[in-house]
Design a protein around this ligand. Structure first.
Ligand SMILES: Cc1cc2nc3c(=O)[nH]c(=O)nc-3n(C[C@H](O)[C@H](O)[C@H](O)COP(=O)(O)OP(=O)(O)OC[C@H]3O[C@@H](n4cnc5c(N)ncnc54)[C@H](O)[C@@H]3O)c2cc1C
Length: 375
């Protein structure tokens, strides 16, 4: 079967890419080994929150992505989007300083909290620095991924190998000119060890509680009403030590206990029952910027420029890249914030021939890796 684009990975990045590319009139095949939103995306609390960061490229990209995401989900997928004010409370003094700085600089509307909200918080939470945004949102992670993928041909395939002949990529019996790798923190399918990514395990629970929560709260964990009436989500414990690729099972009970203990530092949840657990890997880049761009063919590039191993500087335009192959990845804890921004630019590149932002290119990690791996 022939397509314009094959996308491997049906998390938020793959589904958003399918949505934008299909709406641009391209014929798209979406592939996942386990189903739509079966990886990190299915576990996400999926808050559309601004990143509290200092000035610089990351702040600019995150600011733009946040604005685009709020508008995108609330206008195109309102049934999966709940908009609420968002209270971000610092969980240590360093974060408090960052937050106070952000508060002075940001153009996002924020205000002081009212007495009702104040009375919900524990004394500890009420004392910490905070920023209270008038506009925040949370999306139904699985619902929105499925809605975005609707109308795109979906295949359940565990891709083991990628091949390319006569200008076409082949995956199983599917062929396409363009290939998009949206595989999160899973094994990379190509020899691209330079791509600086790491997977962090996360856990979210849905609960019911008689406590009414009027806004989205981020403190030691996130606590928020959801698009499902009466259900509150608590997430995420980020367990840097657990890997789903190891033999050991994840300790769900312990994960729940940690989430509830952390939530209790923010507010008291009465008559609480756990309804569901969601776990998954999120993949963050080593420099916190997301990735959107072509992948360097390391062997071919080092053959052309062997002295890169000793630090020779080569302009990235001279590297050899895998043709018509783009990676979208590395969004860390902001996959739902970044996906509409990244997928829109992916579409503009594939369908409209626009250049992608070199700052986001995964090739940014290549020169350093080449120097470190001198063999
Ligand atoms: C608990 C938790 C809470 C989070 N909360 C938020 C939040 O509030 N806001 C926010 O914006 N982000 C949040 N995130 C982060 C967000 O979920 C991730 O950034 C996002 O899911 C990344 O999406 P992705 O599409 O890149 O990866 P994934 O969702 O992991 O998708 C990759 C997909 O590729 C498939 N795949 C991989 N290899 C293959 C192969 N060989 N063959 C076929 N299929 C393959 C996998 O099955 C998987 O479905 C959270 C994450 C977690 C875990």
């Amino acid at each position: 079967m022939n397509y314009d684009v094959i996308i491997i990975g049906a998390g938020i990045n793959g589904c958003a890419s399918a949505y934008f590319l299909r709406n641009a009139g391209l014929k798209v095949a979406l592939i996942d080994q386990d189903g739509i939103a079966s990886g990190g995306s299915g576990a996400a609390g999926a808050f559309i929150s601004p990143k509290i960061s200092k000035a610089g490229e990351l702040k600019e990209i995150m600011g733009q992505a946040h604005a685009e995401a709020l508008e995108f989900y609330s206008t195109r997928f309102p049934q999966f989007t709940l908009t609420k004010p968002l209270l971000h409370i610092a969980n240590n003094s360093k974060e408090g300083e960052k937050l106070e700085h952000f508060k002075r600089e940001t153009s996002l509307h924020h205000s002081v909290i009212d007495d009702e909200l104040q009375s919900l918080l524990t004394p500890e939470a009420a004392e910490d620095s905070y920023i209270y945004f008038s506009e925040g949102a949370v999306v139904d992670a699985q619902g929105v991924c499925r809605a975005m993928a609707e109308g795109t041909d979906f295949y359940t395939i565990k891709v083991e190998k990628l091949t390319r002949t006569h200008g076409m990529w082949h995956v199983s019996d599917l062929n396409a000119k363009h290939l998009v790798l949206a595989i999160g923190a899973y094994p990379k399918l190509l020899s691209v060890d330079y791509v600086g990514l790491r997977g962090i395990w996360g856990h979210r629970i849905d609960i019911d509680t008689s406590t009414r929560i009027p806004c989205i709260l981020h403190h030691h964990v996130s606590i928020s009403p959801t698009t499902k009436e009466g259900i509150v989500a608590i997430g995420a414990t980020h367990d840097v030590h657990y890997s789903p690729f190891s033999e050991e099972p994840y300790d769900m009970e312990q994960g729940r206990a940690i989430l509830l203990e952390k939530a209790s530092k923010t507010l008291k949840l009465d008559n609480l029952h756990i309804l569901n657990d969601y776990t998954g890997l999120r993949s963050g880049s080593n420099d916190y910027l997301p990735m959107l761009g072509s992948l360097v063919d390391a062997d071919a590039t080092l053959e052309k420029y062997p002295h890169m191993r000793y630090g020779e500087k080569v302009d990235p335009s001279e590297f050899t890249y895998y043709p018509d192959l783009i990676m979208i990845n590395g969004s860390g804890g902001y996959g739902f914030v970044l996906a509409p921004y990244l997928a829109k630019r992916l579409k503009e590149h594939i369908a409209d021939g626009k250049d992608m932002n070199p700052v986001l290119s995964p090739s940014r990690f290549f020169p350093r890796w080449a120097k470190k791996n001198q063999s």
